[in-house]
Every structure is written in structure tokens, then in C-alpha cells.
Design a protein around this ligand. Structure first.
Ligand SMILES: *[C@@H]1O[C@H](CO)[C@@H](O)[C@H](O)[C@H]1NC(C)=O
Ligand SMILES: *[C@@H]1O[C@H](CO)[C@@H](O)[C@H](O)[C@H]1NC(C)=O
Ligand SMILES: *[C@@H]1O[C@H](CO)[C@@H](O)[C@H](O)[C@H]1NC(C)=O
Length: 291
């Protein structure tokens, strides 16, 4: 008779685990003051980072095995986990008194903590480059070449996070032919336009642009674009100018670039929805916190 309740408990237990794992956030950002509260998790590709109700910060791999924990156990307080503007990650009480910190203090700037798809927890920053885009809600876009589509799917681009808003640097170019959405977050998208330039667009404008040019573009060959975030922190886009349909060695024209690099092992770009504006930040690696 005891079997059925046990099974039910087990099912509830796994349901709860699953519920924790689908929270969806992969990163915390200092400049928008994002935090993990008790019981909340970051999750990416099966790995989770949970701030437990006892204030211990616990990293689990895809098999749900604990691979690291902070040891900041304190049952008596209400705690949060966050990263500050000097590059220190902190478990603190809600008033900011630290229970535990990690990371060497660094120049003031924008920092991010990312649970990467490979299950490592890494701090990035300070950011080296920021790019803002706002919504033009009355449709008076300054771009006349705004034909966009969703051809580029996140699944086919290995250097883009499953969360859809973080891009990891890679020696590989991101897909091609690629006119479409690179990153998405809330109401904003980072898109490659038909002139192979990169913009931040409000989804409202995106839909308007895509529908108004449908039909007009028919017949005219879509250009081939490629884009890349290099390990030294530069986001760039290129347009193929020769040949038009492959065969000989391709000739590429660089059409857009963030034009700022830094010596670092790896970099990431994150698209953030700030309500009225969309913001893209590029960060170098600071340090690995847990793996
Ligand atoms: C996701 O996790 C699996 C194993 O859990 C691993 O083989 C794969 O490489 C991971 N994906 C990325 C992008 O790191
Ligand atoms: C419409 O666009 C114009 C030009 O960009 C801008 O000056 C105006 O504020 C916009 N109006 C609204 C309601 O957003
Ligand atoms: C997205 O924009 C719509 C209006 O266009 C607004 O109602 C909604 O709250 C916005 N969502 C977010 C997450 O900002």
C-alpha cells in the first residue's frame, strides 16, 4: 500500500526539479542589478546554479550531480546572489551585507555572470563596448533596406546561447546565407539587414519591416552575409560581393563592425531589453568561478 504514495512523491520531486530547471535565465548583469533570490536558479543546457533556501550557492551538472558549492550556509537570513560593479560576486542578505564573496575587485564597470552551455560558471567584464537601439514606434525607421526574416535559427548557430540573448565568441562565422535575427530578448532583436549591417530593432519595427518588403524583394537575389564575434571582442558583419552564387573563392566586403578589441581568451555579447531601448554589451572574460 505504501508504494503508490512513494511513487507520487517521487513524481512530485522530479516535477519540482524540472520546474527549477526551466526558469530560463542563464546570466546575471551588474548594470541592471539582476539577482537570484532564495530558491531561484540559473540554468543552461541541463546545468543549474541554485541559491538554495539555506543560502548555499550550488552548481549541478546535467546529471544533477553537485559539482561545486559556495558553502555560504546561513539558515537565519533572507539572501540574494548578485554581481557588483567592481566585479565581485556576492551572496548577501537583502540589505547587502555579504555572507560570501568571490572574484578580485576590479575597475568599476559592467560585469556579468554566465552559466555557460558547457556547465562552467564564469564572470565577464568590465564591458568594452555598448550599443543602443530604441523603438521607433511610429514606424519612421531610418533604414530603407529593412528586409528581415527569421532564416537564421538559434539551433543552427553553435556560438549562440539557447537562451537566445547571449552570443559566445568563436573562430567560426555564424551561419550563411544569413539575413535575419542573431539574438532576441524581450521586445528587441539584434538583426543582420539585407545590406549586411547589424542593428538592434524593436520587434514591432521588425514585423513592420518584414511585411512591407515582402513581395518587393521577390526576384532580386538575397545577399549572402556572415557575421562573427571574435575572441578579442569584435562583432563584425561581411557581405559576399563575389561570386554571386558560389564556385570560385568568395570575396567578402566588411560592412559593419564594433571596431573595439581587447586581449582576452574569450568574449561574449549580451542583448538586454531595457524597456524603451535595447542594449548590446560585449564583455571579455574575467575569471572562471566554478567548473
Ligand atoms: C550540452 O551538454 C552536453 C552534455 O550534457 C554536451 O555534450 C554539450 O557539448 C553541451 N553543449 C554545449 C554547447 O556546450
Ligand atoms: C515618430 O518619429 C519621429 C521621427 O523619428 C519622432 O520625432 C517622433 O517623436 C515619433 N513619434 C512617436 C509618437 O513616437
Ligand atoms: C513589449 O512591448 C509591448 C508594447 O509594444 C508592451 O506592452 C510590453 O510590456 C513590452 N514587453 C516588455 C517585456 O517590455
Amino acid at each position: 500500500m505504501a508504494r503508490a504514495p512513494t511513487l507520487l512523491l517521487l513524481l512530485l520531486f522530479f516535477f519540482f526539479l524540472h520546474a527549477l530547471a526551466v526558469l530560463g535565465e542563464v546570466a546575471l548583469f551588474s548594470h541592471i542589478k539582476s539577482t537570484l533570490s532564495r530558491g531561484e536558479s540559473l540554468s543552461n543546457n541541463g546545468s543549474t546554479l541554485t541559491l538554495q533556501s539555506d543560502c548555499d550557492l550550488v552548481l549541478r551538472n546535467a546529471n544533477n550531480m553537485i559539482v561545486w558549492n559556495s558553502g555560504s550556509v546561513d539558515n537565519g537570513v533572507d539572501c540574494i546572489f548578485w554581481v557588483g560593479k567592481y566585479g565581485v560576486a556576492i551572496v548577501s542578505d537583502v540589505d547587502g551585507s555579504p555572507l560570501w564573496t568571490t572574484g578580485s575587485p576590479s575597475p568599476r564597470g559592467n560585469y556579468a555572470i554566465i552559466l555557460r552551455p558547457d556547465g562552467t560558471l564564469r564572470m565577464y567584464g568590465p564591458s568594452i563596448w555598448t550599443f543602443l537601439g530604441s523603438s521607433s514606434s511610429n514606424g519612421s525607421s531610418t533604414d530603407t533596406d529593412a528586409s528581415v526574416s527569421d532564416q537564421l535559427t538559434v539551433a543552427s548557430a553553435p556560438s549562440i546561447d539557447s537562451s537566445g540573448h547571449i552570443m559566445y565568441s568563436s573562430e567560426e562565422f555564424i551561419d550563411r546565407p544569413s539575413v535575419g535575427v542573431l539574438l532576441k530578448r524581450g521586445n528587441f532583436s539584434l538583426v543582420v539587414e539585407t545590406a549586411c549591417k547589424i542593428h538592434i530593432r524593436h520587434n514591432h519595427d521588425l514585423e513592420a519591416a518584414a511585411s512591407c518588403t515582402e513581395g518587393e524583394v521577390k526576384g532580386s537575389a538575397a545577399p549572402t552575409c556572415k557575421s562573427q564575434l571574435t575572441t578579442d571582442g569584435q562583432l563584425a558583419a561581411y557581405k559576399r560581393i563575389f561570386p554571386d552564387d558560389g564556385g570560385l573563392d568568395d570575396v567578402w566586403l566588411r560592412t559593419w563592425g564594433s571596431d573595439y578589441t581587447i586581449v582576452t581568451k574569450e568574449s561574449v555579447a549580451a542583448l538586454i531589453d531595457r524597456g524603451a531601448t535595447g542594449e548590446l554589451l560585449i564583455y571579455p572574460t574575467k575569471q572562471t568561478l566554478a567548473a
